[in-house]
Design a protein around this ligand. Sequence first.
Ligand SMILES: [Zn+2]
Length: 547
Amino acid sequence: MNDVVIRNALLLDGLGSTPVHGDLAIADGKIAGIGKSLTGKEVLDASGLALMPGIIDNHTHYDAQITWDPLVSPSPALGVTTAIIGNCGFTIAPCRPADRELVMKNLTQVEGMSLEVLRQGIRWDFETIPEYFDMLERRGTAINIAGFVGHSSLRTYVMGEDAAKRAATQAEVARMRALVVEGMSAGAIGFATSTSPAHNGHGGLPMPSRLADDAELRALVGALKDAGRGVFMLTKGGHTKVPFLEELAAESTRPVVVAALLHNSTSPRAVFDDLDAIAAANARGRRMVGAISCCPLSMDFTLHSPYTFEGLESWQPALPLKGAAYEAKLKDQGFRDAVRAELSRPAHFRLFNAQWDQVEVVESADKDAEQRSIGELARLAGKDPLDFMLDLALGEKLDTVFNAMLLNSDDAAVGEMLRHPASLVSLSDAGAHLTFFNDAGFGLHLLGHWVRERGALTLQDAVRRMTSVNALLFGIRGRGVLKPGYAADLVLFDPATVGRGAKQRVFDLPGGHPRLTTPARGVHGVWVNGARDLKMLPGRVLREFSA
Ligand SMILES: [Zn+2]
């Protein structure tokens, strides 16, 4: 007898097939049957609704949050049933007790979580990668979790404070390589790193992985070849070129995920050049994808921690400073001129590109300024926009909240990226940048905005891109397709209303700290391994993958 039958839904199989109406039965956590007039203990009438495999979110950062929040909020409510953690190499294992503070400080800066939250939140009952996965298994999780071996953690583990300061010696590289092998044998899904200048750690030092030379990357990615499986993911800076990544793909014979490809209106073809280069590499037999986002990248920020600017070369002198010294730097004419000069030069990859009309005041003591752009306010005041913004913030103890619409806001361009054969729908960054933005609902945005409102993709193709495409690329077995015997990871939704709601600030992090979240629209049910009550923690830690 089936446990549950979902009756008369529009079935989207995850493979991109033409949707058909039918019933789907669940028994023992698996899809037990698909057809007509199925029977079960519980029958749910899903007329008018669509049923798809649960979304696999391939780019999350729940490594820290999941230790205090096994519900990994808000992803499950937004249709995600499997999340891959450890992206960009920002894991929290391996980590020696003595390095915990350093690792937390790095995450604070790079992922926009306050140090207080991390100190109060992270439960550190592990040191190695196998111990971390064992801990997740013991505690349970609402959704399925798979994790990368993270490069920055390996460096800190092997090199201590030097990790963010210098290249590794041959002996250190050998030790890191052994840790990649250990992580892969413990069930990691691959190896992740970052060379992005937006990724800075404590005191403005680069995240450790940025100090790796080509030989180190070759050695560590090469470990995946020995493991015979695993995906290499990298968030690249402008200096990391696709041909080098193609060499890594060829040498390791492993799939390579190239992130983060976001559309920049001031350098509008750059992202397509990368996607075309990736497609050309695939034509030569590689397996590479360009990780793109289907969401506009907009960030809330204050000058206390302006992620928007921290990747700028000219901002580096301000990064290690605190308090009065930092404010003095923000006032400094030479500093401001250097920032202006840098922003006036075109750049391949840059978060902020001086689009001052797209930077808005969200909260200020001056209520008249709210919801108006810095471009407009500066023109009215007859001031340079950078001067205007910094002076406004300095006059309000840096508490002024701004929002910047940074990248990926050109719908025509993003639609073209979504249809590009080398693109992978990705970059939710769920679990990170919590006070800046929240794109954990990217999947609902794809279904609502890109399928229903823009008609850029068919419903079945959008679903395929968030399910079986990921399962195949990452070697996730028995998930991502509606098929008897596959895990009952399911999302039931209304295609006429599905989407994500407006962002909201909530204060539910450890210590009552704030984060941004977006509510789901049009989602009628989410099942993980056949269970609809996610508080029962029905998720699995995925540790076995196909080669
Ligand atoms: Zn990331």
